[in-house]
Design a protein around this ligand. Structure first.
Ligand SMILES: CC(C)(COP(=O)(O)OP(=O)(O)OC[C@H]1O[C@@H](n2cnc3c(N)ncnc32)[C@H](O)[C@@H]1OP(=O)(O)O)[C@@H](O)C(=O)NCCC(=O)NCCS
Length: 182
């Protein structure tokens, strides 16, 4: 794969977005990784211990070393408050996945849309042709974020993935959104 480095830091109108560090574990854990409301529709299990968040940040470092892109943290540019996380992960030479999560007190201000717009711009600078995101069919706010950022609904995949924080057994339907970046 042609290696092009994504920026490790960037700013938008209201946000400072950067590569995570291991010493972010406590704030990431406290702000959103351990929150029941925040993690409800996420594809990874809510963290019960800060060590699980640290493991994720170690994984993040591996991804950055290997791919020169990976997870990002989102901060309020004005006061350095941690708002959430996002990122880009290669799925293949031509395809990357994305996602986003905000602390509960940061919902409803357009931050996810602003952060995802920035991620799309980063993706346009990488040697991939499209970015995709998966979303629970009932997660209206996330669907809106994807639509506002220009993602198109490609398919509703039946019984496709488990949502580990929902009280369900087995796999759920999921919406597959994608955006062409070339
Ligand atoms: C989903 C999430 C990222 C949205 O973040 P946000 O910063 O509040 O999103 P934005 O403000 O940029 O946009 C949300 C849009 O959804 C709309 N919306 C929110 N809740 C809604 C609801 N119940 N019904 C209809 N629209 C809704 C908002 O009005 C807004 O659209 P608008 O700008 O057209 O008015 C945030 O709620 C979150 O972090 N949730 C927990 C983690 C998560 O589920 N991540 C996504 C996994 S797929």
């Amino acid at each position: 794969m042609e290696t092009i480095s994504a920026p490790e830091t960037l700013t938008t109108e209201r946000l400072f977005i950067r590569r995570p560090r291991l010493d972010d574990a406590e704030s990431v854990f406290t702000r959103y990784d351990s929150d029941v409301d925040v993690t409800r529709f996420l594809g990874w299990a809510r963290h019960d211990w800060v060590e699980q968040t640290l493991e994720f940040l170690q994984y993040s470092n591996q991804k950055w070393e290997q791919d020169q892109v990976g997870p990002y943290l989102i901060f309020d540019k004005m006061n350095d408050r941690l708002l959430g996380g996002t990122g880009l992960e290669y799925e293949s030479k031509a395809l990357a996945s994305t996602g986003y999560v905000l602390a509960r007190d940061s919902w409803g201000s357009g931050y996810a849309t602003e952060a995802l717009h920035a991620i799309v711009e980063i993706a346009r600078g990488l040697p991939i042709s499209s970015v995709y995101a998966l979303c629970h069919p009932e997660h209206i706010a996330s669907v809106r974020v994807l639509e506002k950022c220009g993602f198109n609904l490609e398919a509703k995949l039946s019984n496709h993935i488990e949502f580990p924080n929902l009280e369900l057994s087995g796999k759920s339907d999921v919406l597959h959104y994608s955006l062409c970046t070339q």
